[in-house]
Design a protein around this ligand. Structure first.
Ligand SMILES: Cc1cc2nc3c(=O)[nH]c(=O)nc-3n(C[C@H](O)[C@H](O)[C@H](O)COP(=O)(O)O)c2cc1C
Length: 221
């Protein structure tokens, strides 16, 4: 028996306050069929980044950056860095989601916690010092970058899908080369590369998903 979810058969309106949101996440695909003759408008690009930035993050530190490449020659270089993934060129827009490996937004963000009355001044200063210290550890800093930036990437993918665009997340690229090519600061790492652009139409069938029974563990693994 196939464990593929029958998305179209589900009653998405049942028990859902935002049925369109449920529908969007159930129908999102990693699109590989782009319209090579259509471009993403600047306005849409900014909306995608705005939606990505609404993702949750540790202490609202928002430790992410988005580096967008649309120039044809530079896209050729990105295709090469991504081991020849031609769909990036057809998409017309490549967005590298980069993550901070240290809490460099902490000064501003913990001031905002205090100004909003969500923490008193002393607690804000203490929590800031703790988070800055915690992320100084190389392993924790790297985990921090990847966890937070991945959530922003998923927001961006869902926003693109909700706007009728095709988008694919990718980690099939040379990390060192892309960091160098895009001039990333030393305390940031490339997390996910996203090819996004107007859809060229149908996508291939979704591959099966592991069933809920298989992946849901109650109380303990
Ligand atoms: C971490 C990660 C890395 C991925 N890397 C690539 C990639 O390098 N190239 C690509 O074409 N797709 C890549 N994908 C897309 C997956 O192949 C895709 O998400 C998976 O097959 C499920 O299909 P769906 O997203 O359409 O449901 C990646 C996805 C994730 C989450």
């Amino acid at each position: 028996m196939s464990n593929e979810l029958a998305f179209e058969e589900r009653d998405v309106a049942h028990d859902a306050e935002f049925p369109e949101a449920i529908e969007a996440l159930r129908t999102r695909r990693s699109g590989h069929n782009f319209d090579p003759d259509a471009d993403l408008s600047d306005e849409t690009l900014e909306e995608l980044i705005r939606d990505a930035a609404l993702a949750p993050s540790s202490y609202n530190l928002q430790p992410w950056e988005f580096v967008v490449v649309q120039d044809d020659d530079r896209l050729d270089e990105i295709v090469d860095i991504a081991y020849g993934q031609e769909h990036i060129r057809e998409a017309g827009t490549a967005i590298l989601v980069a993550g901070h490996t240290d809490a460099k937004t902490a000064d501003r963000v913990f001031d905002e916690w205090a100004e909003a009355g969500r923490m008193d001044e002393e607690a804000a200063q203490q929590t800031k010092a703790q988070s800055v210290e915690m992320y100084e550890d190389d392993r924790t800093g790297r985990d921090y970058a990847i966890r937070n930036a991945s959530l922003a990437a998923e927001n961006l993918l869902l926003s693109a899908h909700a706007r009728g665009l095709a988008a694919t997340p990718m980690i099939g690229f040379d990390q060192e080369r892309i960091a160098e090519f895009l001039d990333l600061p030393d305390d940031e790492i490339p997390v996910v590369l996203i090819a996004v652009g107007p859809s060229g139409g149908e996508e291939s069938e979704r591959l099966p998903r592991r069933s809920v029974e298989e992946i849901l563990h109650r109380e303990t693994y």
